[in-house]
Design a protein around this ligand. Structure first.
Ligand SMILES: [Zn+2]
Length: 254
């Protein structure tokens, strides 16, 4: 399986960082995790037929994670999609997405859209496909968000994505035994749990507590790209395993 990091921006895009979403690709087909702008365009440029999309998993309802959804759904209908498209998300995110659909997608174009609510029990299985299973847990964020644990069927390499969150015990538990933690690092100084984001050092602490061997930082503050040496110093003292800041387009194999 491979996970393509389509963007790494912490809500504010830069010339180097587009908004954050992923493509998850396996032998059975491909999925989108969150939905940035021009998803169809990006998929086509990468050689994927948008009509073959298996489904989507949305971590939460903040604009930078779901703003591409209405135009993507319209695009799929115009291409002729009639096969049901499952979209998995927690209840508040589904509610927000339904509002977007009501606003932008005429009723005659909605027949193929299928929302599925992911519950809030930490560690529960949310999805099972021929390629992978997904387990989820609520995080600490301004909008209810879910971290995701991917267990592939054909390998033993487990990947966990924190989604947007302050340092979170649920993420530590979800990441335990995983091979790679992809954790957000949106801020350089700690912020309140009401806002709910992490510094690189806080992400490193989560990785250390969960005893994962490798840490990848995403949703990353632009300073981590321009001056990573300085801003990763504290994180490297806490987490001694391989640690780096993901670039847009980076691919994780697992
Ligand atoms: Zn967010």
């Amino acid at each position: 399986m491979r996970l393509v990091i389509m963007g790494t921006a912490p809500a504010i895009a830069t010339a180097d960082q587009d908004h954050m979403y992923f493509l998850l690709d396996g032998p059975d087909g491909f999925w989108l995790l969150d939905c940035g702008g021009s998803a169809s365009h990006r998929l086509l440029k990468m050689g994927y037929d948008p009509l073959q999309l298996k489904g989507m998993i949305l971590t939460h309802g903040h604009a930078d994670h779901i703003y591409g959804l209405p135009v993507f759904l319209q695009d799929l209908w115009l291409r002729g999609r009639t096969e049901p498209l499952p979209i998995y998300a927690n209840a508040p995110t589904v509610e927000r997405c339904r509002a977007l659909v009501d606003l932008f997608i005429p009723e005659t174009m909605r027949g193929y859209i299928r929302f599925h609510v992911i519950g809030d029990s930490p560690g529960q299985q949310a999805l099972d496909t021929p390629d992978f299973s997904v387990y989820t847990a609520p995080t600490i964020h301004a909008f209810p968000a879910h971290a995701l644990r991917f267990e592939p069927k054909r390998s033993r390499r487990v990947v966990v994505y924190s989604a947007d969150t302050a340092p979170c015990a649920n993420v530590v538990e979800l990441a335990r035994g995983a091979n790679l933690l992809i954790h957000e690092a949106s801020v350089l100084e700690p912020v309140s749990t009401i806002i709910g984001h992490s510094t690189p050092a806080e992400a490193a602490e989560v990785a250390r507590e969960a005893e994962v061997p490798e840490l990848l930082l995403v949703h990353s503050h632009p300073a981590l790209h321009s001056d990573g040496q300085t801003h990763l110093q504290a994180a490297r003292q806490i987490f001694t395993g391989p640690l780096h800041v993901a670039r847009d387009g980076e691919v994780v194999e697992f």
